[in-house]
Design a protein around this ligand. Structure first.
Ligand code: ZN
Length: 247
């Protein structure tokens, strides 16, 4: 049985790392932004340069945030997130690298210092200049008053803490993700089609260092041919079964 094979690999791993993509959060009702019918097929992304350069684009971006147009926040963790949290709590996985911006790993109980967010986080905002953190709800009154939303400390522009199109990948997170991929002996992909860089590179980095690669995804991925185990299945039920066999 599938879950049995995965449980066996996890039981024998010294240090696993989990990599998650949109597929783990679609089970919480968050749309996969790349899929047909996903967010970007319905609305145009606002590029970083447009946000910085245009008051209208910033107004539009904040309206999307407060209207929850993208549907990225406000969902609850599912069985897949809870299984990842349990793997980390048990010490079987060192951390989770995620392409998601929905904060659901933290919401499921993973300590924030064990979550490496490659695309940032949509659940709070940050000053683009001094990096100070702001809670979204604290900014609502300024949006309602149609004020420019800027930093109280330095006057810099505030933006959700996501990595927008046109914005460079976060260096520190990329460095940590690469270090985790190099240090693990089992790289477990949950719900990523592994198409977009750097998602495609990290499993191969792990493999080159001798790690085993497991991919759990509803559809086949680009890297299935390199994997030691591929499970085309729902993540929540698969991981719940796996954890039950591990305990
Ligand atoms: Zn600032």
């Amino acid at each position: 049985m599938d879950a049995q094979a995965l449980a066996h690999l996890l039981a024998n791993a010294r240090r696993a790392v989990v990599f998650t993509g949109a597929g783990i959060s679609t089970e919480s009702g968050i749309p996969d932004f790349r899929s047909p019918g996903g967010v970007w097929s319905k609305m145009k992304p606002i590029y970083f340069q447009e946000f910085v350069g245009s008051r209208d684009k910033r107004r539009e971006a904040w309206t999307r945030v407060f209207n929850k147009t993208a549907g990225w926040t406000g969902a609850s963790p599912n069985a897949g997130h809870r299984a990842v949290a349990r793997l980390i709590e048990m010490g079987r996985a060192s951390s989770v690298i995620t392409q998601n911006v929905d904060n659901l790993h933290q919401d499921s109980g993973v300590p924030s210092d064990r979550v490496i967010e490659l695309h940032g986080n949509a659940s709070y905002a940050k000053c683009l200049d001094c990096q100070r953190r702001y809670e979204i709800e604290d900014l609502r009154a300024r949006w309602e008053a149609d004020e420019e939303i800027v930093c109280d400390v330095c006057g810099g522009l505030l933006k959700t803490a996501t990595i927008s199109f046109g914005q460079p990948m976060p260096e520190y997170e990329m460095m940590r993700a690469t270090a985790e991929a190099e240090a693990c002996d089992l790289f477990l992909v949950l719900g990523s089609s592994l198409v977009v860089y750097p998602a495609a590179g990290l499993p191969m980095t792990a493999r080159r260092r001798g790690a085993q690669l497991v991919i759990v995804n509803r559809e086949p991925t680009e890297l299935d041919g390199y994997a030691d185990l591929v499970l085309n299945a729902e993540i929540g039920p698969t991981m719940t079964q796996t954890l039950a066999l591990l305990n």
